[in-house]
Design a protein around this ligand. Sequence first.
Ligand code: AHR
Length: 320
Amino acid sequence: MRSRKFFLSIVVLVSLIAVFPTFAQDNVGSGLTIGFAQVGTESAWRTAFTAATIAEAEARGINLLYVDGQNNQDTQIAALRSFIQQGVDAIILAPVVETGWDQVLQEVQAAGIPLVIVDRNVTADPSLYFTRVASDFVHEGRLAAAWLAQATAGVCNIVELEGTVGSSAARDRQIGFNEVISLFPNMHILLSQSGDFLRDSGYAVMDGIIASEDMSQICAVWSHNDDMAIGAAQAMMDHGIDPGNDILIVSVDAIPDIFLAMMNGDTNATVELSPAMAGPAFDAIVAHLAGQEVPRNIAVSGGLFLPATAADEYARRTQQ
Ligand code: AHR
């Protein structure tokens, strides 16, 4: 097992790495009709991802058939079947959960339509899609834990706000985080509850925990996304607890609102999940349709962001 020193050096290294946005390659894919089955609108990150995908398609002249899955697998499965009916050139699926996709993906394959998985993963046979564009969720969890270990000198009782149950994002972030805190005998997850990646649920779950637990024993909240973290911070404030000071908060996504919260001293760290997945996905589809080899996995990367750069990050992300 790697040493503490190794994980803490990650914090320093990764916080120096910036994300390189993909630039719309005008007209690459022009004229294609592509079906996009999105998870829903559950978080600010998700809506930013959708907006970036629609803008990328427009810039390339791609006819994008966007379907909001409303955080529901059956809705997404129905969308895939309607894309088959419409005879699209390719499909992009952002799956809400991991399991239950084999049947419909076999139908897509039988129709001869190439499919790309973006963001969360599926357990379906990999031969049913030709590539996945995604971030390393395990790595995101490790980064969050490495920062917290450094910020608390490895002594901390933690409340975990989990994402959507059954999603690879929630499961893998939990695995990465637990892997790192297992190196620290005085770091413990005392409570873990799902807020389904929703800001309101982040509030409601934290409100319930504050009502039932001795919060003086809690040192930090580890939230699987920024929206739940912002909800939890508000619940703390409503109970007279000072988020970001009395209780540290670390989360994932790097949405603009988390930088506002950092500027107000209400949260402490976020691991970025890049919403720029459409460019690599469209490029992969064009290459695949041209008979070119496409890697099985296409990674998007993100950095660790702290209050020191929050004002600049907020300005950069809200003026793009
Ligand atoms: O799958 C990625 C996660 O989905 C994001 O971190 C979260 O904001 C969204 O709901």
